[in-house]
Design a protein around this ligand. Structure first.
Ligand SMILES: [Fe+2]
Ligand SMILES: [Fe+2]
Length: 232
C-alpha cells in the first residue's frame, strides 16, 4: 500500500505532457525536481567517481591497473602544483580506455567539457596521440611524431607537458599515489560549476570556443542552478 501511494505521489510530481511539443510552464518545476533527484551535480560527480572506482583491477597489460594509473597521474599533477581542474583531468583522463581505446580521451573530454577550459578539453581529446610519441619506436608505428600534426595549436605545449610529466611516467608500482579520497572533493567541485562557465583561481569565464558551446550555454540557462535546485 505504501508503495502504491508513493508511486502515485511520484506520478503527481511529474510533467504531464506526452509529447515535448506540448510542454507547458507548469511542467518546469516537476522536471527540475526530477532532474535534481537523479542528476544533480553532486550525483553526477559520484557517478563519474564510480566509473573511476570500476577501473580497479582493469589492467591493459602494464605494471599498474587503470585505477592506480589515474591516481598516479593525478598525484603527479597535484604535487607539481597544477590547478584543481587539471588535477581532476589527470585523475579521469583514461576513464574511457577500455570502452574505446582508439579515442578514449574523447569520452571523458565530452563528460567534462561543460566544466573545464578549452585547453584541458583539447589535452584530453589529443592525449593518446601525444602518448604515442613515447612508444612509437617500440611498437613500430608507421607514422612517427603524429602529435606534430597539431604543432600550430595553442594547446600543444600543455598536452606535451601533461604527457611528459604526469601521464607517461604513471605506470610505476612503487610510486606513493595519494588515495582517491584526496581527489573526490575536487571532482565534486568541478561538477558543481555552472556549465560552460569555467573557473580557475577564483576567476570565471565562458567557454565559448565553438559554436556548439555557445549554443549549449543558452540551453544550460534552462537548467536550474544549484541554488534553484535546493529551493525547489
Ligand atoms: Fe590515455
Ligand atoms: Fe594515461
Amino acid at each position: 500500500m505504501v508503495g502504491v501511494v508513493r508511486e502515485r505521489e511520484e506520478r503527481d510530481d511529474r510533467a504531464t505532457f506526452t509529447d515535448l511539443k506540448k510542454a507547458r510552464k507548469e511542467d518546469c518545476t516537476p522536471m527540475m525536481r526530477g532532474f535534481n533527484k537523479v542528476a544533480s551535480p553532486s550525483q553526477n560527480a559520484e557517478r563519474i567517481l564510480k566509473m573511476f572506482r570500476d577501473q580497479k583491477g582493469v589492467n591493459i597489460g602494464t605494471a599498474v591497473d587503470l585505477y592506480e594509473h589515474g591516481l598516479q597521474t593525478a598525484t603527479r599533477a597535484y604535487r607539481d602544483g597544477c590547478d584543481e581542474e587539471t588535477v581532476v583531468v589527470a585523475l579521469l583522463h583514461d576513464l574511457g580506455e577500455v570502452w574505446s581505446p582508439i579515442n578514449h580521451g574523447e569520452i571523458v573530454a565530452s563528460l567534462l567539457r561543460p566544466y573545464i577550459s578549452p585547453q584541458n578539453y583539447w589535452v584530453l581529446v589529443h592525449h593518446e596521440l601525444f602518448q604515442a610519441y613515447y612508444y612509437q619506436d617500440a611498437f613500430e608505428l608507421k607514422e612517427k611524431n603524429s602529435r606534430d600534426r597539431f604543432k600550430d595549436s595553442p594547446h600543444w605545449k600543455a598536452c606535451e607537458t601533461f604527457c611528459e610529466k604526469y601521464d607517461s611516467p604513471a605506470f610505476d608500482p612503487e610510486y606513493d599515489s595519494l588515495p582517491l579520497e584526496h581527489f573526490e572533493p575536487m571532482v565534486v567541485r568541478i561538477f558543481n560549476r555552472k556549465p560552460y562557465v569555467a573557473s580557475k583561481s577564483g576567476e570565471s569565464w565562458l567557454i565559448l570556443d565553438s559554436e556548439v558551446n555557445k549554443a549549449k550555454l543558452t540551453l544550460a540557462e534552462a537548467y536550474p542552478s544549484p541554488e534553484e535546485l535546493e529551493a525547489a
